[in-house]
Every structure is written in C-alpha cells, then in structure tokens.
Design a protein around this ligand. Structure first.
Ligand code: ADP
Ligand code: ADP
Length: 226
C-alpha cells in the first residue's frame, strides 16, 4: 500500500504555441488502501496528473510524494491500467500478464505464482493459454488490470479503464473491479468521466476544475460495501 500527496502542484507544458498550464496549485491526497476517483472535464489535466504520479513528468512547482518520499522518476511500485489494454496479439493471456515481470527484470518464479493468483482474481484462469483476440472487450480489460498488478504495486493508476466498453460490460466490470480492489487492498487512483462509476467505486471523489486543474471538490462517499 502506498499513500500519495500533492501540495501546490503546478504543471506547465512547453508547446510550439507557448506555455500551456495544465495543473495550477493542486492539493490532493490518497491514503493507503484508499480508492479515489478523479473526475473532471475533458482536457482539464487528469492524464497529466497520472504522468506526475507515475514519475514520467516532473512538476513545474509544488511537491508530490508517494509513501512519504518525493517522486523523482519512474517508479516500479505503481501499476497502470489504460483505457485500451494494448495487449500483444501474438502472446497468450498469461504471457501478456507476465510482460512487466520481463521488462522490469523481476523474479520469474514469483511472477508466475502471482500470475496464477491474479488470473483467478480476475476470473480468467481458464483462458491463460488463449490469445487476446479470442476474448471479449471486458475480458481483455481484466487482463490489463491483472497486468497492472503483476509486480505487486502499492498503488494502481487507472486512466478511464472502462471508457471503451459497452454499457453492460462496463456495469459488470465496475462490480468486478470493486471485488478485485477489496481482495487486493491497494490504493487506487481512478480517472473517469463517469459520475456513477466514481460514486459506485470510490471512498472519495476529487473533482477538478477546467484547465488548469485545481481541486474544486473533495467528497467522501459512504456507500455500503458488499
Ligand atoms: P486525453 O483525453 O486522454 O487527455 P488528449 O487528446 O487530450 O487525450 O491528449 C492525448 C495526448 O496527446 C496527451 O496525453 C498528451 O500527451 C498529448 N497532447 C495533448 N494535447 C497536446 C498539445 N497541445 N500538444 C502536444 N501534445 C498534446
Ligand atoms: P485530460 O486527461 O484531463 O483530458 P490532459 O492532462 O491530457 O487532460 O491535458 C491537459 C491540458 O494540457 C490539455 O489542454 C492538453 O491539450 C494540454 N497538454 C497535454 N499534454 C501536452 C503536451 N505534451 N504539450 C502541450 N500541451 C499539453
């Protein structure tokens, strides 16, 4: 588990048309094991915030901390799930889930054991040796979630993971994700355009303003958990 904290975060891009301020003075926290959704208009700076948390982008001003330490570069202890899972079509479900183990040079035996557990967690244990195109969109997104957790990150970043799914699959995946999150006990930052998704899944919902993003609402959600 890993806590996140941003204080006075400012991010400015240099573009050919001059500087673009994407985030302006954002204060936000995510506690250990908390599920926090980030809601905001398109183009307000949500993906930029994800890049900051994952260490791919440096703040122009302010501080960002993970687990109490300043973020100084790309980190191994976070996992990322994208809107499109971008699975390798020539690799099996199991090989796709194991990909970060290879790219990060982690222990294969441990990775294999974790992959088996994650395949069960996301309900795909019967499909380990299938290829991505043989599975539905929702199943492919579950592979993406398992892949994001294979290296046992303390924090899972999810960037509109259900946006490409049809309405019924999305409903199903929300329930699935809640079950997975409760079993795995990880901190989650979940970016979404969907108020129902945010309210259903989260402990807390942070609402960002139009670009440049700052915090306009920090709402604690108190829905009963199943
Ligand atoms: P999203 O809704 O996911 O943010 P965008 O179309 O806004 O999608 O941006 C996609 C990616 O393109 C961004 O993550 C960013 O890296 C890049 N991008 C967006 N706007 C600009 C821009 N004005 N100049 C350069 N790159 C940009
Ligand atoms: P969101 O994810 O909320 O849709 P982004 O974080 O992708 O928003 O982008 C926030 C703003 O910053 C947008 O106006 C976008 O055009 C701009 N932007 C994003 N990436 C770049 C970039 N590499 N260069 C210049 N502007 C960018």
């Amino acid at each position: 588990k890993l806590a996140f904290r941003a204080k006075g975060l400012v991010v400015t891009y240099d573009s050919s048309r001059g500087p673009v301020k994407a985030i302006d003075g954002l204060d936000a926290t995510v506690a250990d094991g908390e599920f926090v959704s980030i809601l905001g208009p398109s183009g307000c700076g949500k993906s930029t915030l994800l890049k900051i948390v994952s260490g791919l982008l440096k703040p122009s001003a302010g501080t960002v901390e993970l687990g109490g330490a300043s973020i100084t570069g790309p980190r191994r202890d976070i996992g990322i799930v994208f809107q499109q899972p971008t699975l390798l079509p020539w690799q099996t479900v199991l090989q796709n889930i194991l990909l970060p183990i290879r790219t990060l040079g982690l222990n294969r035996t441990e990775g294999r054991a974790r992959a088996d557990a994650l395949l069960r967690l996301v309900g795909l244990e019967k499909f380990a040796n299938n290829y991505p195109h043989e599975l539905s969109g929702g199943m492919q997104q579950r592979i993406g979630i398992a892949r994001g957790m294979i290296h046992d990150p303390g924090l899972l970043l999810m960037d509109e993971p259900f946006a490409a799914l049809d309405a019924m699959t999305r409903e199903h995946m929300m329930a699935e994700l809640q079950r997975i999150w409760m079993a795995a006990g990880k901190s989650v930052i979940f970016i979404t355009h969907s108020i129902p998704e945010a309210v259903f899944l989260s402990d807390r919902v942070l609402v960002l303003s139009q670009r440049p993003a700052h915090l306009v609402k920090d709402m604690t959600i108190a829905l009963p958990r199943p």
